[in-house]
Design a protein around this ligand. Structure first.
Ligand SMILES: NC(=O)c1ccc[n+]([C@@H]2O[C@H](COP(=O)([O-])OP(=O)(O)OC[C@H]3O[C@@H](n4cnc5c(N)ncnc54)[C@H](O)[C@@H]3O)[C@@H](O)[C@H]2O)c1
Length: 255
């Protein structure tokens, strides 16, 4: 029997690298998974098109979960974009888009799903569990990623604030942040391309070698290695964790 048997989970950005691996891991542990992305993903108990910046989309998704399950046990706020730019060249429009997708979406997410999470908190051992995808960038910062790192720093403190507030309110909802290091997905591939475009490195192999070196384990991570941490945060095995930052980064140190 899986550790999430009988649990109902929602994963956003579920068509991407870490999102798809998370859906697979949650399903393998017995959860029923609502998988959403800009285009409906291919795997999940229920798959939906869902723009996380849209209040109307959140209301629709929450309505579907309410009608079918009446509660939400695990919420994984994973969808995000990464803007790569020198500070001098970052347009205000791009900066705002970065914050809208990565930060505003968390407010919309919790506002839409709170009644469902509270319903879970009343009955679920270990409480309902929210996992917000931050990044090592949300703890340490990085060159040419000021917008992204600022957004992930906001995710980190929104997570802690929500954990404290839900504790004060007695909701029995835990809220934790996951901080991956460099993980081999489309997002990281685009970041590598951008580094070459910006002239930070001569070619992509140089970027990849540098990234491997900055992870003492000697390689980039795999989406499944992040999904395994998310499963732990979603399960009752992490029942004493809230407001926490789980760092899964191969020992990453900025070079
Ligand atoms: N890959 C890494 O190295 C890395 C490192 C640290 C943190 N992260 C974080 O992990 C999470 C997943 O990243 P990934 O590497 O799997 O990226 P990815 O690009 O493979 O997946 C991101 C997904 O988010 C979706 N998305 C983007 N905007 C959206 C919107 N407005 N509404 C709904 N969905 C939207 C995309 O369609 C995509 O499927 C992100 O929060 C990212 O910031 C990734």
């Amino acid at each position: 029997m899986g550790v999430l048997e009988g649990s109902v989970a929602l994963v956003t950005g579920a068509g991407g690298g870490i999102g798809a691996a998370t859906v697979a891991a949650l399903l393998a542990e017995g959860a029923e998974v609502i998988a959403t992305d800009l285009r409906a993903p291919s795997a999940g108990t229920l798959t939906c098109a869902h723009d996380v910046t849209s209040e109307a989309d959140w209301a629709r998704i929450a309505g579907e979960i309410e009608a079918r399950w009446g509660r939400l046990d695990c919420l994984v706020n994973n969808a995000a974009i990464a803007t790569i730019s020198a500070i001098e060249e970052n347009s205000l429009a791009d900066w705002r888009r970065q914050m809208t997708v990565n930060v505003d979406s968390l407010l919309l997410s919790l506002q839409a799903t709170l009644p469902l999470l509270r319903a879970s908190g009343k009955v679920r051992a270990g409480g309902a569990s929210v996992v917000n995808l931050s990044s090592t960038g949300g703890l340490a910062g990085a060159a040419f990623m000021s917008a992204y790192c600022t957004s992930k720093g906001a995710v980190t403190l929104f997570t802690k604030s929500a954990a404290i507030e839900f504790g004060v309110l007695g909701y029995n909802i835990r809220v934790n942040a996951m901080h991956p290091g460099g993980i081999g997905t489309a997002m990281l591939d685009e970041i590598f391309d951008a580094y070459v475009r910006l002239g930070v490195a001569t070619d992509k192999d140089v970027v990849i070698q540098g990234m491997n070196k900055s992870h003492p384990i000697g390689r980039l991570g795999k989406p499944e290695e992040i999904a395994a941490g998310i499963v732990h945060l979603c399960s009752t095995a992490s029942s004493f964790m809230t407001g926490s930052s789980m760092v899964v980064d191969g020992g990453y140190t900025a070079q």
